[in-house]
Design a protein around this ligand. Sequence first.
Ligand SMILES: Nc1ncnc2c1ncn2[C@@H]1O[C@H](COP(=O)(O)OP(=O)(O)OP(=O)(O)O)[C@@H](O)[C@H]1O
Length: 384
Amino acid sequence: MIRFEQVTKRYPDGTTAVDDLSFEVAQGELVTLVGPSGCGKTTTMMMVNRLIEPTSGRILVDGEDIAAVDPVRLRRRIGYVIQQVGLFPHRTILDNTATVPSLIGWKRAEARARAAELLDLVGLDPATYGPRYPHQLSGGQRQRVGVARALAADPPVLLMDEPFGAVDPVVREQLQDEFLRMQAAVRKTVLLVTHDIEEAVRLGDRIAVYGQGRIEQFDTPGAVLGTPASPYVAEFVGADRGLKRLSVTTIEPGDLEQPPVARPDEPAARAADRLRAQRARWAVVLDPDGDLHGWVGIDGLGAGGAVVDRAHRMNAWVPVGAPLKQAFGVMLQHDAGWVAVLDGARFLGVLTPAKLHEALRRSVDADALGVPRGQVAFDSVADA
Ligand SMILES: Nc1ncnc2c1ncn2[C@@H]1O[C@H](COP(=O)(O)OP(=O)(O)OP(=O)(O)O)[C@@H](O)[C@H]1O
């Protein structure tokens, strides 16, 4: 969708900002460009909407060499979000958001209806915020308007330069979450510049880690964190990259352990015998269709009755597909030695600290080998 072919940008003073860059962003993909200040990220991005012209090489958008496209026409297909949002101070939020549709000739009512829809999409009630002026909004709200405005004419491509840079860390995380939810719905092709590796990892389907004017590694967040391509990348992503990997590695059914199971209507004494025979201290309580009912400990099963009378609610659980970090957080929050993993209400298994570690190790091997995690042999990591 966006393709760089051997692109170099040399400024008139001799600075080589971008040096022989080749990479591709697929349709609907979000690629983050990350690197230290001055490494050429913004230059890369601004060449896509021709705010900067390359010295050599080609850039294709949707298969078309953009050098041959009229810049104004090109920019209509490309939304642009910058850190200093650049809203018009004397126009209302609704009119600011409707700017591009109005420019390209939509009827006023249509443009405003579209703007209201987008304000809603970015979490701003159009009735409340639409009539306000930019100075009457918080920094985070203004940045949301920036995103809404960039999406107004429904461009297939979105360029974002430090879009969440000017707000405090808590608001920043909120905006990132909202943006990810929105991106899951609209699936734009996005190039996003940041100097923050946490943000790059959190948002990117793939990350381009920049050195000076060059990409040092271009891969998924998991692969960059798990197998940095060079000492430079390893240092840039940080010594805590193992911890960061917890947030980008998701729980898969193959990671789970299967504990003993008891049925709710089963006599407690019988369940206790079975647990003793298996040398287990607890069981999950599952309905006949496999839905999680709770858990029961062997100590609670001595007093007669049915399992259902002795069962506890299962508070420590996470959905399958959640990041390992979330499972680890839930373990700590409930001081539990394991967390249940559910698909809807259906119980899939439990994740223990040992299994969590194993999942992380297998995912590193899987990324290195370029295969799904399930295909990494268990004993390749068992002794590690
Ligand atoms: N107009 C210009 N003339 C000369 N040099 C420039 C010009 N614009 C940028 N540069 C230089 O090109 C290099 C890359 O700049 P660029 O803005 O692309 O970096 P960046 O990675 O986006 O940095 P930051 O994170 O600080 O925004 C820098 O060394 C910068 O000083």
